[in-house]
Design a protein around this ligand. Sequence first.
Ligand code: S3P
Length: 445
Amino acid sequence: MNHAAPTPLSSRKSQGLKGRITVPGDKSMSHRSLMFGAIARGKTRISGLLEAEDVVNTAKAMAALGAKVEKQPDGTWHVEGVGIGGLASPKGELDFGNSGTGVRLAMGLMASTPLTARCVGDASLSKRPMGRVTTPLSQFGTRFETAEGNRLPLTIHGAGDAKPITYTLPMASAQVKSAVLLAGINTRGTTTVIEPVATRDHTERMLKAFGAKLEVKDVGGARHISVEGGHELTAQDIAIPGDPSSAAFPMVAALITPGSDIVIENIMLNPTRTGLITTLQDMGGDITIENRRLAGGEEVGDLHVKASRLKGVRVPPERAPSMIDEYPILAVAASFAVGTTRMEGLEELRVKESDRLAAVEAGLQLNGVLTQSGKDWLEVNGGGAPGGGKVVTHMDHRIAMSFLVMGLASRIFTRIDDSAFIATSFPGFVELLNRLGAKIGAEGA
Ligand code: S3P
């Protein structure tokens, strides 16, 4: 998509938000269902796929590598896989747009198949580190030509005779874990990833469902994940529940906007993803999980959220992996709490779609919120956000959505310089919030 013309938006003090909504499908599961479907045998049927730019780019990449990917008239997506080792060199370059998950997992998927592909992304993705993936994948025998500093654009030459590896993750990253495991799927022998701190486990759960020979052991508190390569995967029917990282925005909007009472239906509650709910409940947030059930191997439930008087808390570093994408919106919630909120263990925020620690802090300060920060921590003084600032979103969807939510409860309004990137993860965000009673509109409206 062409993001040449920025689309500023503003949001204003709103009355209580009311209603029942659903949010789009989980992004992590959406990328994975397309990718695993592409290397499985048979036809994978996906319902609830997130039809946002990041995922559409993954769908196009899988088609360019040889899988047949089609949206059906009933809204489901079908992926006809090529079998392990069946991916072929694409004709053109693979454009992953804004998505780190898309490019890093696809690199793993391609790493142990003898193909050549050039991977590109937008200006934000082209600044993000790829060495965290090229380093372990090179140990399989994969070769890379990268731009300066191990960045995109890069060309991958998959290994024809890949050797299995054992790799200890140097940072808490589900993307790196997944890239190594996916390379292991088409590598004879056993590939093991050692994960000192647990990160989202969708790759493990979903690969198992596709029939991979995958084992997870707890060794002295670390997770050892082993996959025996060289075995075919079998196509699956997958129903993707709502994305908890998207639900986070209406959830905080309802908590901070007086008089709100909303239900967000069918949200995935995988324990590696629920850190924000825990934190907001610690802060005194009135969030009840209703209708808890199992669907497609994941726990799901409906989130009933009412406006609440929040108090500042300390968010411990060990919780970071289970809410890594949620710190921007947590910082907004914290600015309306009584007292100070301290968040620790934030080093990975520096390498997201933007330097999120810096972007969030700048946005808070512009809107009159007092903050302190260090290399990997942030403190937010509560008491309410005066508002009035125009936030620079740095091509980052979560910065954009967070500050639009802030405006709903700030004293004046908030503005963002560009809303276009919201489409990378949450199409229909503005309309959905406005349907609940939010006042988000064109700048100055
Ligand atoms: C994701 C992993 C996380 C997260 C991203 C999605 C995934 O990234 O921030 O939005 O689907 O594996 P890291 O692996 O860089 O922590």
